[in-house]
Design a protein around this ligand. Structure first.
Ligand code: ATP
Ligand code: MG
Length: 365
């Protein structure tokens, strides 16, 4: 039978040995009885050089006598664990005689002559290094995300142009030629007329599909309108006011100057939200609010934040969990790639609220 993890001293010794922190154990006489791999790295001594030697070797000469007294006092108090100067670094000394700051947590077990104390030692400079490394990785991640979004935008623009030039023009040409054929044969049979009609209907459907495709790929209006104008256009295209709903748009005037990729992503979020309201919140919903603002981002720069609210039935029960569907998932991915986030919840009217925020960099003129 395998021994429970905590009781298997082999396991525990192994964990201590491979720990990232330096672990140094001393006996009641303040001689070193354990010195793990990280301690070897931190102090520059091999374990066999340290076992049995006095702890003072790891301390600057000036603090050694005082330290000895403190440890004596600590061991006399019996088993305990506490952090010695947990936030304030104390000085240590390595094999090269160099002094450096350490953060120490000490634990003691046993009494009298059998008392031992274990110190877990961390070099705060290493901690700063790994924080810095993490910050750099996050920053790199964000840059890559933005780069991907930019490339996707460019690709979508090219694709939309191709669809327009190749497919849409062909559909127009079929319609024009059909018109010509009709004119050439003013007295044509009913059979031919119904054939013309079928071609005409099919051409119109191709045209609608092409229009839809272009708009999903890259709405051409984004090249000619600023974001607030594009939002108005979207509201008009979806026929929201005609359907009897009121829309209150409140957009920070500075946002009119916003460029890609933030412009396109913001537009897509609003487009998806408004389409969702038309599809999922009616007929209960009677009003919509679209708010777009700029706020200072954590640390530096600005972030774009937006809420799109309706007074429909919302989601029951109200939840911030992910909802299934391609639309929201797609815009969530874009937001995340830009280093932002998207959430869904309940609007102040009790309906559906979609909130998004993401940092903007060089997109604001
Ligand atoms: N304004 C809203 N009011 C109520 N429910 C909503 C609203 N917006 C979204 N939902 C709910 O969230 C779900 C997910 O939305 P999402 O846009 O991801 O998918 P969808 O609209 O169903 O399909 P599509 O992939 O075409 O967008 C919807 O199916 C709907 O149940
Ligand atoms: Mg949707």
């Amino acid at each position: 039978m395998i021994a429970p993890y905590s009781q298997d001293t082999g396991h525990l010794e192994h964990i201590v040995e491979i720990a990232h922190e330096a672990v140094v154990t001393i006996d009641a006489g303040q001689r070193i009885v354990a010195f793990n791999r990280s301690a070897e790295r931190m102090f520059g001594y091999r374990r066999d050089q340290m076992l049995g030697t006095a702890l003072e070797r790891l301390l600057p000469g000036s603090v050694a006598p005082h330290h000895r007294q403190l440890v004596r006092h600590f061991l006399d108090r019996g088993p305990q664990d506490r952090a010695m100067a947990p936030r304030r670094p104390v000085r240590a000394r390595n094999a090269g005689g160099e002094e450096f700051p350490v953060l120490v947590t000490i634990y003691s077990t046993g009494h009298g002559e059998s008392a031992v104390a274990t110190a877990v030692v961390v070099d705060p400079r290493e901690r700063r290094d790994s924080n810095e490394q993490l910050r750099r990785l996050l920053e790199e991640n964000r840059r890559n995300g933005r780069q991907l979004i930019k490339r996707e935008n460019d690709y979508r623009r090219t694709l939309a142009k191709l669809i327009h030039n190749d497919l849409a023009q062909e559909a127009v040409s079929i319609a024009v030629n059909l018109e010509l054929a009709r004119k050439r044969m003013p007295q044509h049979s009913d059979e031919l007329e119904s054939l013309f009609k079928r071609i005409e209907d099919a051409t119109r459907r191709v045209h609608d599909t092409v229009d839809h495709l272009i708009n999903r790929t890259r709405p051409p209006l984004l090249d000619n309108l600023n974001l607030p104008q594009a939002v108005d256009d979207c509201i008009r295209r979806l026929g929201i006011r005609e359907s009897g709903m009121s829309v209150d748009t409140r957009i920070d005037p500075q946002i009119a100057g916003i460029r890609d990729p933030a412009k396109t992503i913001a537009y897509r979020i609003i487009q998806e939200s408004l389409t969702n309201i038309m599809r999922h919140a009616r007929p209960a919903a009677t009003r919509i609010a679209v708010h777009l603002g700029l706020e200072a981002a954590d640390g530096q720069g600005w972030q774009l934040m937006m809420h799109i609210d309706d007074d429909g039935q919302g989601i029951t029960p109200p939840t911030n969990n992910r909802l299934s569907g391609v639309g929201l998932e797609q815009i969530r991915e874009w937001c995340t790639a830009l280093g932002g986030e998207l959430s869904t919840g309940t609007s102040p009217w009790g309906g559906f609220r979609l909130s998004a925020r993401f940092p903007i960099e060089d997109e604001l003129s």
